[in-house]
Every structure is written in structure tokens, then in C-alpha cells.
Design a protein around this ligand. Sequence first.
Ligand SMILES: Cc1cc2nc3c(=O)[nH]c(=O)nc-3n(C[C@H](O)[C@H](O)[C@H](O)COP(=O)(O)OP(=O)(O)OC[C@H]3O[C@@H](n4cnc5c(N)ncnc54)[C@H](O)[C@@H]3O)c2cc1C
Length: 448
Amino acid sequence: MSKQINIVGAGLVGSLLSIYLAKRGYKINIYERRPDMRKTTISAGKSINLALSDRGWRGLQGVGIADEIKKIAIPMYGRFIHNRDGSTGFFPYGKKDQAIYSVSRGEINMRLMDLAEQQSNVKIHFNERCTQVDRASLTAHFENDSTKQTTSSKSDLLFGADGAFAASRLNMQLSSDRFEYNQHYIEAGYKELIIPPGKNGEFLLEKNALHIWPRGSFMMIALPNPDGNFTCTLFLPFEGEKSFAKLKTKEAVKKFFDEEFPSAVPLMPTLLDDFMNNPVSSLVTVKCFPWTFDNKIALIGDAAHAIVPFYGQGMNCGFEDCVVLDELITKHKENWEAIFPEYQTLRKPDGDAIADLAIANFVEMRDKTTDPIFLLQKKIEARFNEKHPDKWIPLYSMVTYSPHIRYSTAQKEGQKQQAIMDMIMSKSGIEQKWDSEEVEKEILSMLK
Ligand SMILES: Cc1cc2nc3c(=O)[nH]c(=O)nc-3n(C[C@H](O)[C@H](O)[C@H](O)COP(=O)(O)OP(=O)(O)OC[C@H]3O[C@@H](n4cnc5c(N)ncnc54)[C@H](O)[C@@H]3O)c2cc1C
């Protein structure tokens, strides 16, 4: 008889995981706290766009659904920087044709649910909030959010894919000795805003780019949607001189935007209402260990490793969890006693690495993208990579376009590269000789 698997959470990772497991013949029940989002509307200010990159695509390709998702994705070939004085600049993310893809979180989640339900052995139960997991009997308990009825379900394996504030994880934490748990909120929160399409449905900013208005301690970004609008996200400290705490009235918001984002204001006709109506959300990193329990229960996606969004990798990392797990199922011929220990041993260092890289990228996006020295360094790295692709892949490309390089390896390589670039950038006259043979030779010798 095929194994019964329960998954808590029909978010991005739970839905994709169910397809991987269903294709192997397991019988899957997913329990999702929310109502079916395909039948309800997404609340205002919660429409987030995500950047999907090569690790995510690999996860989707693994079960043959990448083409379906490509239909709702817009390629973004680089960062489009909007300075305070109105000047702009475009900086490619990688080589020509390398892109990250803007997808609406709701759209991709709905497609993934459709594709999961197309598997005859997947059933999604909506409105079912997991309240407890009984570890000894592998029984999960649920309360229906609309009827308040309680149910339980026993399975052979259970995956906690219930996101950053996972109930499944909390249960494991409470029932385990020596469970490591670390949660960190950054000082900034975020609020979603919108740039609607023009009169004829046209994009009012360059369509194929990720737009950034970097302002030092804060920034706004905008990602394109297929219907011509852009979802903007303002990342701003909760407290302090320039902060959400200071923006309590429409007058204060108007003044702040007129001063900080004058080029965006004319494109945002509903700015003041959106700002007052949409919520401010916080940004958390969660690190924990173990990720598996009794070789029968595992955490996956944000439940195992919630990260801040500044490398655009949370979902990509979660999809990569599914790929790695699937490879281990093949390797260990469905022996879960071997699969689970190796899954957490492999993935934990990678989850930690991308969590740290994501924090560091906040500073890079909001602060350094206007710094000429930083931009010169990126130019030198790109040129060196063009000449010696086997010796140097820039950190961003390792993380974003190299799904076969582990996040933890990318992080270590990135640290070595930064040490080399610190020496190069301190050379006198580097602005003039950045593309010279002398600089190339020096990098080569430091690499040896
Ligand atoms: C502002 C922002 C921007 C981001 N940008 C990017 C990006 O550009 N690229 C990228 O790769 N990632 C990005 N991310 C991260 C990405 O959204 C997450 O990594 C991804 O959603 C994780 O998927 P998940 O399925 O693990 O968790 P979730 O998507 O959070 O899904 C968890 C599911 O579990 C359900 N659930 C929760 N509790 C229970 C319970 N008790 N019982 C039953 N069900 C429950 C929830 O309703 C939800 O459906 C961003 C995140 C934020 C906040």
C-alpha cells in the first residue's frame, strides 16, 4: 500500500512538494489554514511579487511545470536605479539574456494548487488550521476556521510547509530537547503600493527591469505585472527620523514622497489612499535545527528557514529543498531513515548561508547601488568573469543563475572574492586602469 503523507500548508513550497511526492505514487493530503484563494480575492496590500530565478525554475522543471509558470512571469534583465535627482541607470544582473522573473505570489500559488490537484493522489483541504502535531502517533490535529469543527489525521510521514510562523515547527520545538531556534526582525518593515498602467494599458516604467529607488537607510522597489501595473514595496524603518512611525497623516506621506521619490509620485495616483489603507508588515529571519524528527516529520520552505527578501531567494530556496529531497528519495530508494538525516545535513548550511546573504543584500540594494566605487567593482568583476568564466563567477550570479552551486559554497567563494576586490579597489588610479592587463594579472595571481 502506498504511503500516506500529510503536508501542513498549501503555500508555494507545500503545493510544489505535493506534486513531487504524488508523482512517486504517495497519497497526499494538504491541510491549508486559509480559504481557497482561487475562490476569494487577495486582500489589498498583500499582492506581493516575487523574483523567480534559476533555482526556482529548476524546482518547477523537475515536475514538468516550468512552461506553465513561464506564462505568468515577466523577465527582468537588470536593476533600474532611480536617483533622487531624477537621473536613472540600468545595471544588468548578469550576462545578456540572463534574467530573474517577476511573478505574482497569488498567481503562482494558485497555478501550483491547480497543478497539484491535477494529480489524482493529491487532495487539498482548505480552512483547516493545524493546531497540534502529536509526534508519537504522527497525528495532526486541525480546526476548521469557518465551522470550528476539529479533525485529526494520521499519516506515515508529515511535512511542515506552513511558513515562517509554522505551527508544525512550534510543536516540534516544544516536544524536542535541545531544539535550536533563532528569530531576528530587521529594523525595517514594508508596505505595498502600486503604479497602475497608463491610459492604454501601457507600462509606465521600463517593463523588463526591477526598479529601485535607493535612499540609504530605506528604499522603494517596483516589479512588473502582466496587466501593466507595477507592485511597489517601500522598505522603511519602523522607528526613527525617516520611518513608518513618522508617516501617520496624508500630509506627512505626501511630503515624504515628494522629497524622496519625486519621479515616482506622478505615477502613483492612489498613493495616499494606498499608504493609509495598506498594512505595514515585518521582516523576519528564522534559523532552527533540527529540521527532521524521528525520520518521519520534516520542516521545509520558510518553516525551516525564513529569510528576508533582499536576495529574492526565499521561494527559490524552498523549491530547491524539494529538488534536493527528490534527489535523496531516488538516491536512498525511498528509505526515509536515510533520506531525512541527509536532507537536513545538506540543506541546513545552505539555508543559513542564504539567510545571511539576504541580510547583507539589503545594505547593498538600499545603500550601495548608487556608490560609484561599488558600481566600478561590479564592472571589474563582470569583465573578469567574461575573460575567465572558469575562474570567477560573481556572487550574485552564483546565487541567482547557478543552481548547481550550493548557497553555502557561493557564500564562501563570495567572501574570498570580496577580499581580493578589497585589495584591487584600494589600488591608486583604479578608476582609470580598471580594465587593464595589470589589474587582470593581479586578480589572477591572488586567485592562485
Ligand atoms: C515582501 C516579500 C518579498 C519576497 N520576495 C521574494 C522573491 O523575490 N523571491 C523569492 O524567492 N522569495 C521571496 N519572498 C519569500 C517567499 O515569499 C517565501 O520564501 C515563500 O512564500 C515560502 O513559501 P512557503 O510555502 O514555505 O511558505 P508560505 O508561502 O508562507 O506558505 C505557508 C502556507 O501555510 C499556511 N499555514 C500557515 N500556518 C498554518 C497552519 N497552522 N495550518 C495550516 N496551514 C497553515 C499558510 O496559510 C500558507 O498558505 C518574499 C517574501 C516577502 C515577505
